[in-house]
Design a binder for this molecule. Structure first.
Ligand code: SAM
Length: 453
């Protein structure tokens, strides 16, 4: 394997295989990691069997995500026996959550890099190579590495993520994120705007602002920073056609933010607002800090202020103690709101969370599965009905490129995040195009380009 530290003797450049699990923030973290390693003369490969460094950027939100990484690490035991020089690295949330216990379970792991150490991944890899011993970095040396991002590493040409805030100060009882990602930290509005301007100058037309609780932005820095102000500033960036932000917390959805959504042309008419449950008793055990009624009132208010806005949500089924009645309250809320998308999860107990410490994970797996299917079916029926109601309408679609479903077609998204497939030239990628909706399933639409007059 080649030198990572630019030694005098030119050895072959190390090939890195990096696999990412979990949320958008993890994908952005992987982009940061690639940038650091590319600057350190690493190459990247899609083939794990030819890699000198195998790295997993992990997720700890549910056990299933961790299980997939554990399976990969088991496989690598055999690889390491054949090729002891291969470096195995576990990055991100699972490394942070498990700590050195992970090294005891998988002694062939060479590097643990926590969620606030990504910015020095290059040095950490050097250290593994130099010392030949496992390296554990789970501190807070670099909680906001975003300012040193290498924009050329972004995976998509026209669309980019931008971190505005990391970490989470909330204490939802089911959630491991505050433990794995630490307290909230924020970038300045100036730094964010400079990054967005640089991205737009490099061809990006759609930016998604990321934060664990993206609408908490501003409360840490004090001063005049807020998500609403930031949206208004970024809306003035010439060439930025679409501005998204995920994920918002209900109690922090201020009138000011709603008005910014209404006023800013580039801000999409879509809000991801996780509700988690429709039962007050369950919301209380989750320590969400709102009732189902308060959530519904917020939705009504938002729909008044921002006509046509669509809502997406996250829901957990089978949370500790969830009764049939509580679950039915969730079904009712879903029917009432008619979300454009709902991400439905079976509760997965996470060690170290308040729920794991205080509440029993007492809903049997079969019941969680049944509720999951039932809620999915309700949501699917809503999506199909509402998507079919769009047939005949013309939507402005941001063209993303060839459709993953059928390479002969293009795929794009409406402002409210619906997927549309249609025929057209690949050169339209990155442009906003009017498309007439001709057909719909629960998951997507098909349509045809409308010639601009
Ligand atoms: N920070 C964001 C928030 O609070 O809305 C998103 C956090 S998490 C990465 C995304 C979703 O995973 C949550 O909204 C929740 O629905 C789900 N989730 C979190 N912890 C979970 C758990 N222990 N079991 C099942 N789903 C969980």
């Amino acid at each position: 394997m080649g030198a990572l530290d630019g030694a005098a003797v030119e050895l072959p450049r190390p090939k890195v295989f990096l696999e990412t699990f979990g949320c958008q923030m993890n994908f952005l973290d992987s982009e940061l990691v690639r940038g650091r390693l590319a600057a350190r003369r690493c190459d990247f490969t899609q083939r794990r069997d030819e890699a000198d460094v195998v790295a997993f950027n992990t997720c700890a939100v549910r056990d299933h995500a961790e299980e997939r990484v554990r399976a990969r690490l088991h496989e690598l035991k055999r690889v390491k026996q054949r090729r002891p020089d291969v470096i195995v690295a576990v990055l991100g949330c699972m490394a942070q959550r498990e700590g050195e216990a992970l090294l005891r379970k998988f002694p062939h792991v060479d590097l643990l890099c926590g969620t606030r150490e990504f910015g020095r991944i290059d040095e950490l890899l050097d250290q593994v190579r130099r010392d030949g011993r496992p390296v554990v970095a789970l501190g807070e040396s670099d909680p906001l590495p975003d300012g040193r991002r290498d924009l050329s590493q972004r995976p998509r040409r026209f669309s980019a993520f931008v971190t505005i805030q990391r970490g989470c100060d909330r204490a939802c009882t089911f959630c491991v994120v505050p433990k794995t990602r630490g307290p909230e930290v924020e970038r300045s509005m100036d730094e964010i705007e400079a990054e967005v301007r640089a991205l737009v100058a490099d061809g990006v037309v759609e930016v998604t602002l990321l934060g664990q609780i993206v609408n908490a932005y501003g409360r840490k820095s004090g001063g005049d920073a807020s998500l609403a102000r930031l949206l208004r500033r970024l809306d003035r960036v010439n060439g930025l056609k679409r501005l998204r932000f995920i994920t918002s917390f209900p109690t922090l959805l201020t009138p000011d933010l709603m008005q910014a959504m209404r006023d800013c042309e580039s801000v999409v008419s879509y809000l991801h607002l996780p509700v988690q449950s429709g039962a007050n008793s369950c919301l209380k055990r989750m320590a969400r800090g709102y009732t189902a009624d308060a959530y519904l009132r917020l939705v009504d208010r938002l729909r008044e202020v921002v006509p046509g806005v669509e809502l997406a949500t996250d829901l957990i089924v089978g949370f500790s103690g969830e009764s049939d009645l509580e679950f039915q309250a969730t079904v009712e809320l879903v029917r009432r709101v008619e979300f454009v998308q709902a991400f439905i999860f079976k509760y997965s107990e996470r060690p170290g969370t308040a729920a794991a410490n205080r509440l029993a994970d007492d809903v049997p797996l079969a019941v969680k599965e049944r509720r999951n299917h039932e809620l999915l079916a309700v949501q699917e029926e809503i999506q199909l009905r509402r998507n079919r109601a769009r047939i005949g309408q013309v939507d402005l679609v941001l063209v993303e490129g060839a459709s993953a479903r059928n390479a002969a077609l293009l795929a794009g998204r409406t402002s409210d995040n619906r997927i549309v497939h249609f025929a057209g030239s690949p050169e339209l990628a990155g442009r906003l195009q009017p498309v007439r909706i001709r057909d719909a399933t629960a998951l997507s639409h098909s349509g045809e380009l409308v010639e601009r007059g």
